[in-house]
Design a protein around this ligand. Structure first.
Ligand code: IMP
Ligand code: MG
Length: 190
């Protein structure tokens, strides 16, 4: 019988743990410190990209010690879930009247920076709406995969080009609830 103590998933689904719970805690504190310093005395709207952001963002905002408002954007690709979409395939759903926040600094939070197409698309989308002060924050970054020159100011950790799950990141909507990040074994998605 295989051990099954990773939030109900089999340990053999993963090649290795890439970011442990302890490391995650350190990353959150470091980024929150930078945000507390950079946005002191500024109006801040933190805008998470659903669904992948939800765990990272909820940990992060609880370490932010300046007044902050939050909202979400859903950026859905029309394609398959393990392949990043080109910017032309992205559909945006907003959850607040963003027009009311034009004088705010927006910090867009996502789980992972891969090709950069999603953030590039959203940067243009928010600029076209009239936002001047936009920054990005992602928990993970796979620099090898980049196809755009998006600037992400706050990055939790750079990783190799591997498909990862946990801490909000999914494969076919599974594994989001794992409290750490692991590289998924190829046998799961091949
Ligand atoms: P980008 O537009 O290529 O930068 O894609 C970013 C999105 O692709 C992320 O927000 C994730 O939803 C998804 N993604 C990219 N790499 C991974 C991964 O390794 N695991 C899970 N989702 C990923
Ligand atoms: Mg995502």
């Amino acid at each position: 019988m295989e051990s099954n103590n990773n939030s109900g998933y089999f340990a053999s689904d993963f090649k290795k743990i890439l970011v442990s719970e302890d490391e995650i805690e350190g990353i959150i504190c470091r980024i929150a410190d930078e945000i507390n310093r950079d946005y002191k005395d500024k109006k801040l709207l933190v805008c998470g990209i659903l669904k992948g952001c939800f765990i990272f963002m909820s940990d992060l905002i609880r370490k932010i010690e300046i007044p902050v408002e939050i909202t979400f954007i859903k950026a859905s690709s029309y394609g398959s879930s393990s392949v990043s979409a080109g910017a032309e395939n992205i559909k945006v759903t907003v959850f607040s009247e963003l027009e009311n926040y034009k004088n705010y600094n927006i910090l867009v939070v996502d789980d992972i920076l891969d090709t950069g197409n999603t953030l590039c698309f959203l940067e243009k989308y928010l600029k076209d709406m009239g936002f001047d002060n936009i920054n990005f924050c992602t928990f993970l970054d796979k620099p090898e995969r980049r196809e755009t020159d998006i600037y992400v100011k706050y990055i939790g950790k750079q990783i190799e080009n591997e498909f990862v799950v946990g801490y909000g990141l999914d494969f076919n909507e599974k594994y989001r609830n794992m409290p750490f990040v692991a590289a998924l074994d190829e046998k799961v998605y091949d």
